[in-house]
Design a protein around this ligand. Sequence first.
Ligand SMILES: C[S@@+](CC[C@H](N)C(=O)[O-])C[C@H]1O[C@@H](n2cnc3c(N)ncnc32)[C@H](O)[C@@H]1O
Length: 443
Amino acid sequence: MRNDNKNSINEIINLVSQFIEGKIVNLDKSNREHPSIFHYYNEIIRYWSRLNYIFQKTLRSLDLYDLPQKEIATYIYTTYRKLQENAAKKNIIDELNLSTDQNNNISRFIDKLETFSWERALSGKSKLEILSIKEAIPTFVIDRLLPVMSFEFIKENIQSMNDYHNYDNFVRISDLKIKISNQNFLNILKNELKSYNILMKRDPEIPELIYIPNDKKSLILKSSSYSSSKIIFQDKASAAVIKVLSPQPFEYICDMCAAPGNKTNLIAQYTSNHARVIAGEFLPKRAFEMSKLINRTNSLNTHLINCDSITFPLRYKNIFERILLDAPCTGSGTFSANPELKWRQNKNFLYQNVTLQEKLIESALNLLKPNGILVYSVCSLYQEEGELQILKYLDSLEPLQIPEWFSPSYKINSNVVPGTGRLFPSINHTHGFFIGKFKKKEI
Ligand SMILES: C[S@@+](CC[C@H](N)C(=O)[O-])C[C@H]1O[C@@H](n2cnc3c(N)ncnc32)[C@H](O)[C@@H]1O
């Protein structure tokens, strides 16, 4: 384990043990900022079912039964260290700092792991089961994607989300804080990036975004440009959604599901604080965090409401010129950043989200002016949250053009769903997104 002490290993094992108990663990700030705890917890959860499969198979041959949760967590950690990182047996045992009895068992377990063979472990399994076990992805996800993606394309996307190096990080200059045209600041930023061995490279599709190599992200988090909020991390898909929305100064714009607020902030930036932006967010804690971002970034015309956007607390209907509905969803396109979400994927979770999205789309249709623009987006790979949602509302919505560099959305019954597109982790190196742009018909 990289430069670490026994306390952090104990913490990792405690966190994994809580995960086994069924708790959804959100790492607190100090754990998120601790490189080893963040890395090992995230990667163990990312590969959870694969590690568990190897662990169960290996344990069976050692006659060890009914282990308490904390010991299971220790074995799973050992499995990760041995098979994913090829760590030496002595190092693993030293790190764990266990009693003599436990050491003997771990030592036998590591000997067994050394003889583990995928060929033997997977013999007789179907192609789908092998993908599910090796890439640690629930069969539910594969089954849901098979009607709209080839098996190979599913595999590529799952692998892209597992290999988080494949995901491109970007920052953008926070123009409300410091003018993008400020040559002085551009030089300062260029030099700061240079001091971390980063060349200022802009994204070809969204030139406001500056590419940050994965292994440099932690340096940027400590940089003075970042800590003074002059640059902000922004996911490319998230910036693409606002490009599609194309907000204009002096418009009345609603961002219905707004926290943590990076998209709202880009709306304010693109309109130079001249649009009236009403942002809704249901969860108080997320709204509170977002209010801090609004202040930090000088977003002057953004009014944040802690509300349920299904019944948006405004007296009038048909008032907004543009609405962004970046809807709550299963997050099935974001496993690279949120590996724990893999283990929440099931039919109930999907249909809870589908129902919530329907109610929010209906609310958006009430709030939008005739001829007003609606952008609907979800960070999901499922057709149920994307194309199939839109098909229900095409009587009220006229499709508009979306950028040509987007990947096509799924064909439904061999037909393209107009006004919609997708971003895929394996093609676009972003989170998986569905994005649609429409005009509300005058009825
Ligand atoms: C996909 S996230 C939005 C991300 C945000 N647009 C951004 O780019 O930073 C969806 C958000 O909707 C919020 N939400 C869920 N149900 C809601 C509702 N009924 N009304 C308003 N917000 C809701 C969630 O708490 C979550 O913060």
